[in-house]
Ligand binder design. Structure first.
Ligand code: BES
Ligand code: ZN
Ligand code: ZN
Length: 493
């Protein structure tokens, strides 16, 4: 008998590896074999390289970003001219490689070469990330799967690029793994499933993972996460991943992620249009889980903790209600105005726990927190909130470098009174149809104990969206490259 998706066994089966894609092996070679297939990346108006390989003086290919042209070589080989556009487009380099790879790899032989002599280290890394991203399989739950294939990708360069290739591959793999989580159906990726994913990853990549389940959460007082999750048959969990890359004890960076595996809105129920997309409400958690795995794979010299507060915001006879006053890990009481403002409740407990337990130097949370940030910044950037201008500037610059952009929004004191409650210490929503993303950030701030290096990223608009790789909206992987850069910078200091 076929197992139904979502039963305990099929969840177990899906744990960890999750999806199978083509296996790409990235190698470094010193010289190009012009008799077999190769890709020549060409910048716009920098088409001289083409003449080194093909006897044409004025090519009709202009190198604009993401365009490509196939030429058949005299040895029956394929030569792809790949447009990488202008210098300002370099941050999204992976997109050009991903598109070429996605659309043409079915025709490739066992080996393809990439002429990388004119590419910077960062460009090569992004090229590998893009080629790896092209292997992402969105149809994980289709009955018929495509055949798997092994491809060798040989980067041609006179420089030493082995480490760059390996970092690109690990980054691309992590992006695919977190996309698989975000795209997974909510009947499969329950909070417990996320916990199992983390445990398995921790064992494989040698970091510590603790999954706090219902009883422990009750014992330790995670009252806000428990309130959000209490109407669901899938109980909440809090996942604590600890990676130690240094011998010192202190935690350099704590990351906290919103892991709402499905957000129905609760009793303040959401409209049904596009409700299925609320499976992506754990995009922040996915980044946190993925980044700890990635830095463990890369063995970065830094101590990082990743905390995921995960629950399903369901409707049931035991739902928490608008009007309820609930507790929280911090001890603060919260008046619930809207049960759809659940992410901030999960994060509040995650943030309090991070501060109390680890006293991190930097504290960053990532969450698909508000519709308001989507209305403000669309799909172009995440909303960023912090009082540390150095951190804001660093994050903003890094975001531009990897095309995972962030845009700062204010934490003005003016917004504090909006969260006043007559009956509790704070309320979870102002009740006003204005400044929703700022309101949510101000709520979180109340649980940060004035941590000086706290930064909040509202990724609701950028974590999940339209692309040319799927007909419906799907996960983007936003946040992995940005967080990796941030952590790498701190690790090298
Ligand atoms: N998960 C949503 C935010 C969201 C919206 C994520 C669109 C991705 C795409 C969040 O929990 C939510 O429902 N927020 C409400 C808060 C409001 C009720 C105070 C919102 O922003 O509308
Ligand atoms: Zn909600
Ligand atoms: Zn939500």
């Amino acid at each position: 008998m076929q197992k139904s998706i979502g039963d305990k066994n099929s969840q177990k089966q899906l744990n960890g590896s999750f999806f199978k894609s083509w296996i790409m092996t990235y190698k470094h070679i010193k010289s190009l074999d012009t008799t077999t297939d190769f890709i020549i990346p060409c910048g716009k108006d920098h088409l001289k390289t083409i003449a080194d390989f093909i006897p044409i003086k004025t090519p009709d290919f202009d190198g604009s970003f993401g365009s490509y042209q196939l030429i058949y070589g005299t040895h029956g080989n394929r030569i792809y001219l790949l447009g990488i556009g202008e210098e300002k487009e370099a941050p999204k380099m992976e997109e050009a490689f991903r598109k070429l790879c996605f659309e043409t790899q079915k025709h490739w032989d066992k080996t393809i070469q990439v002429y990388a002599e004119d590419l910077l280290d960062d460009d090569i890394k992004k090229a590998v990330v893009g080629m790896e991203m092209a292997q992402y399989v969105i149809g994980e739950f289709k009955s018929k799967k495509d055949k798997l294939k092994n491809v060798n990708v040989a980067f041609v360069s006179s420089k030493a690029i082995k480490k760059t290739l390996s970092e690109g591959k690990c980054t691309g793999e992590t992006i695919n793994r977190i996309k698989a989580l975000v795209d997974a159906p909510p009947n499969v990726k329950t909070p417990e499933f996320l916990g199992n994913w983390a445990s398995k990853s921790a064992k494989k990549h040698d970091y510590k993972c603790t999954v706090l389940k219902q009883k422990q959460l009750e014992k330790q007082g995670f009252k806000a996460v428990l309130s959000v999750g209490r109407a669901s048959v899938n109980p909440p969990v809090v996942i604590i991943n600890e990676y130690k890359g240094k011998t010192t004890k202190s935690v350099d960076i704590a990351l906290v992620g919103k892991g709402v595996t499905f957000d129905s809105g609760g009793l303040s129920i959401k409209p049904s249009t596009n409700l299925h997309y609320m499976k992506s409400d754990m995009g922040g958690a996915a980044v946190v889980l993925g980044i700890v795995e990635l830095i463990a794979k890369l063995k970065l010299k830094i101590n990082v903790v990743g905390i995921v507060a995960s629950a399903e915001n369901a409707v049931g006879s035991d739902s928490y209600r608008p009007g309820d006053v609930i507790g929280s890990y911090s001890g603060k009481t919260i008046e619930i105005i809207d049960t759809d403002a659940e992410g901030r409740l999960c994060l509040a407990d995650g943030i309090s726990y991070a501060i109390k337990t680890f006293k991190p130097e930097y504290l960053i949370d990532l969450a698909t927190l508000t519709g308001s940030v989507v209305r403000t910044l669309g799909y172009a950037a995440a909303g960023m909130f912090t009082k540390d201008q150095d951190m804001a500037n660093a994050m903003s610059n890094l975001g531009n470098q990897v095309h995972e952009r962030v845009w700062e929004l204010p934490l003005y004191e003016d917004f504090e009174s909006d969260l006043h409650s007559d009956v509790a210490d704070i309320r979870n929503f102002s009740g006003l149809p204005i400044a929703g993303a700022i309101n949510a950030a101000k709520f979180l701030e109340a649980f940060t104990e004035n941590h000086e290096k706290w930064l909040h990223l509202d990724i609701a608009g950028v974590s999940f969206g339209s692309s040319s790789y799927a007909k419906m909206k799907s996960a983007t992987g936003f946040g992995i490259q940005l967080m990796l850069r941030f952590i790498q910078e701190k690790a090298s200091n």
